[in-house]
Design a protein around this ligand. Structure first.
Ligand code: ATP
Ligand code: MG
Length: 235
């Protein structure tokens, strides 16, 4: 039986969706889940930025799939780590969100399709229609928790329930919301915690997610642990 999943990473704008999605996909690749990372953020695509892929190096991308010009299989690129990814290009013209269903064609023999998802809005409603699982990226502050609660409610209307929360950019200082306050407000468990660390920006400057640049970095290890504890098995 094929047990492929589409896992959407979502949360408030700037919460760290792309950072977590890219590093998590790299970790899943190390764990032999044969993931494909898709840039599902149509208005603010950044996956190619995190991997340092210039526009001319991705002549076919998700936008061409959503405009009906190309098959999604032609928009798959392979990073030097072996991770397969489908990048996207910022453009507001011509695409049909209903074509997002083509992402489902990437579900192949028990793999995981990791979608760097959008924040609240109609784009997210559309992506929710095709997702199997999703994870909320939450920062330890009220507005981030507020958006996570709204996303969870919206998803429930589509009959989809989040796997849990990844708490990102925490400092452990007294002004931030505690783990318990966040879990109680959103009514979901925190399945992983990733500290704030300036090396995340350093990696962005090097065009390579930290997981690939330095797998022994404590941020890489935190994300690797989350990936290894996801309820997916390698077959
Ligand atoms: N754990 C972290 N420590 C330090 N900085 C981080 C961490 N996670 C993310 N950042 C930084 O926060 C900023 C936003 O991160 P990112 O682009 O991943 O968020 P996003 O949710 O994808 O944003 P958008 O809504 O624009 O898509 C970036 O500058 C990123 O480098
Ligand atoms: Mg992003």
């Amino acid at each position: 039986m094929d047990d492929s999943k589409i896992l959407v990473i979502t949360g408030k704008g700037g919460a760290g969706k792309t950072t977590i999605a890219t590093n998590l996909a790299l970790a899943l690749n190390r764990l032999k889940h044969e993931p494909i990372l898709v840039d599902g953020n149509l208005h603010n695509p950044h996956v190619h930025v995190h991997f340092g892929i210039d526009d001319d190096k991705m002549p076919v991308n998700l936008h061409d799939v959503l405009t009906g010009k190309e098959s999604i299989h032609k928009a798959i690129y392979e990073h030097e780590s072996g991770l397969k990814l489908v990048p996207n290009k910022h453009t507001l013209k011509g695409f049909d969100l209903e074509r997002s269903h083509h992402i489902k064609e990437l579900k192949l023999h028990n793999n995981i399709v990791v979608v760097d998802g959008p924040s609240l809005g109609y784009e997210l409603n559309n992506i929710m229609k095709i997702c199997d699982d999703f994870i909320l990226i939450v920062n330890p502050e009220k507005s981030s928790v507020h958006d996570a609660m709204k996303i969870k409610r919206l998803a429930a209307h589509n009959g989809i329930f989040p796997m849990g929360i990844i708490l990102n950019k925490y400092f452990n200082n007294k002004n931030e919301l505690s783990k318990e306050e966040i879990e109680k407000a959103i009514e979901l468990p925190i399945i992983g915690k990733v500290m704030y660390d300036n090396d995340v920006q350093w990696a962005l400057g090097k065009n390579t997610p930290l997981m690939h640049l330095n797998p022994n970095h404590h941020i890489s290890k935190e994300i690797y642990k989350i990936a290894s504890e996801l309820p997916y098995s390698v077959i």
